[in-house]
Ligand binder design. Structure first.
Ligand code: FES
Length: 141
């Protein structure tokens, strides 16, 4: 673990402690969607905003036999949101839709080795976008 200053421009003057795994997922985000969204050919797309900070998350899923066979995401979010959603995408890939819905913010936090407490809300952004994508998939939207 190493102490880092904020890298998302929203520092409140505190130093944050990020684990090495958080930094790895921030610097090398898994399943991040680069470029043209239409090339991913998603079965459903979730889109949410975080009312606490105004950041946004878009989640793309491909589904077969009730399982998430591929997942991608984009965000206007902070370092913690990027690391959290990268982790979530790894946790959700290959899961059934119900299993993916049951992934909690705490699961993501545990996977990452704990986010700073005041950044915990950032881990909810990806989860809400995934929930929105699954609901849209199930409702045929
Ligand atoms: S500060 Fe907005 S998601 Fe982290």
């Amino acid at each position: 673990m190493k102490t880092c200053k904020s890298s998302d421009g929203k520092s409140d003057g505190q130093e944050w402690i990020y684990t090495d795994i958080v930094k790895d997922h921030f610097l090398n985000p898994r399943n991040f969607l680069m470029g043209d969204e239409s090339k991913f050919k998603a079965d459903a797309v979730g889109l949410v905003g975080n009312p606490i900070c105004g950041d946004q998350m878009k989640m793309f899923i491909k589904v077969k036999d009730d399982k998430i066979i591929d997942i991608a995401w984009k965000t206007y979010g902070c370092a913690s949101a990027i690391a959290s959603t990268s982790a979530l995408s790894e946790l959700a890939k290959g899961k059934t839709l119900d299993e993916a819905l049951n992934i909690t913010a705490k699961d993501i936090d545990n996977y990452l080795g704990n986010l700073p407490k005041h950044k915990f809300h950032c881990s909810i952004l990806g989860h809400d976008a995934l929930r929105d994508a699954i609901e849209k998939y199930r409702s045929g939207k």
